[in-house]
Design a protein. Structure first.
Length: 271
């Protein structure tokens, strides 16, 4: 088991909802990222998701799109991301890190080389938003050989047959997209998402994490009732954007923001 599998097995065993947090690497500058990651952990994050800046992020709303633009403007590349993970690992050897991005970046490096370098840096999982499972064979083999989990997404419109096909290749956890639309949308429907989450959990033993539209303690608590955990991204990225001119304030604000979500998840009503 890698760090991701070990951590999620522990949270499930403890009947504790997992909190996955997302920020974009290099936003507003690579020098800020490692401190921000440590702050997320201190606030209560169980798993860190680190975005690879990309020029055409198909699933992202304006908040994360702009973060990608800032990351690219600061010179952040896939190799920069790996170096940031390596720096983080100097003082945190246990918190799982999942890279999130688009296949183009990995193909430019080459699947085998990427997997080997990512494992050496300390990466535990990978989300490739535009990678269909039918085309994942080469990358999945390279990731499996490197003990990196390939995390796949299931949406509100995914059929049961399609979900079963996706789950054949899924690892680490299943990422359930809680609503139709892009990250940061405000039309979260916990009741509708809950029905789908309960259905999805009958199809797999993997932990199921719910993301998109979860921005604070109440929304996290509402969705965690039906899932093994939640993913919070745009709300945290918005905080980074707000403090771009005062980067020294970013870690403290992120830790406090995540702390509120963590406390809401730990309340009895969340479980």
């Amino acid at each position: 088991m890698n760090r991701l599998e070990t951590r999620l097995a522990a949270t499930r065993s403890a009947q504790r909802k997992a909190l996955v947090t997302f920020i974009t690497a290099g936003d507003p500058h690579p020098a800020v990222t490692v401190g921000a990651l440590h702050a997320l952990v201190s606030g209560g994050a169980d798993v860190l998701e680190l975005g690879i800046p990309f020029s055409d992020p198909e699933a992202e709303g304006p908040v994360i799109q702009l973060a990608s633009e800032r990351g690219l403007a600061s010179g952040t590349t896939l190799r920069t991301c790996l170096n940031l993970v390596r720096d983080f690992r100097q003082t945190d050897s246990t918190t799982p890190i999942v890279l999130m991005g688009y296949l183009n970046s990995v193909l430019a490096m080459g699947p085998s080389r990427f997997a080997a370098e990512a494992a050496a840096a300390g990466v535990d999982g990978l989300i490739m938003v535009n990678l269909p499972p039918e085309e994942a064979g080469e990358l999945k083999k390279a990731l499996d050989d490197a003990s990196i989990s390939l995390i796949l997404l299931i949406s509100p419109t995914t059929t049961e047959a399609r979900a079963r096909r996706i789950l054949q290749d899924a690892g680490g956890f299943v990422y359930y997209v809680s609503m139709k639309g892009i990250t940061g949308s405000g039309n979260l429907d916990p009741e509708a998402a809950g029905t789908r989450l309960r259905w999805l959990r009958t199809l797999t033993d993997l932990p199921v994490m719910c993301g998109f539209g979860i921005k604070d303690g109440p929304s996290a608590q509402a969705m965690a009732v039906h899932a093994d955990g939640v993913v919070v991204g745009s709300a945290l990225v918005a905080t980074v954007a707000e403090l771009g001119a005062s980067p020294d304030e970013i870690p403290g604000r992120l830790a406090a923001q995540v702390g509120l979500i963590r406390r809401a998840l730990d309340e009895p009503a969340a479980g």
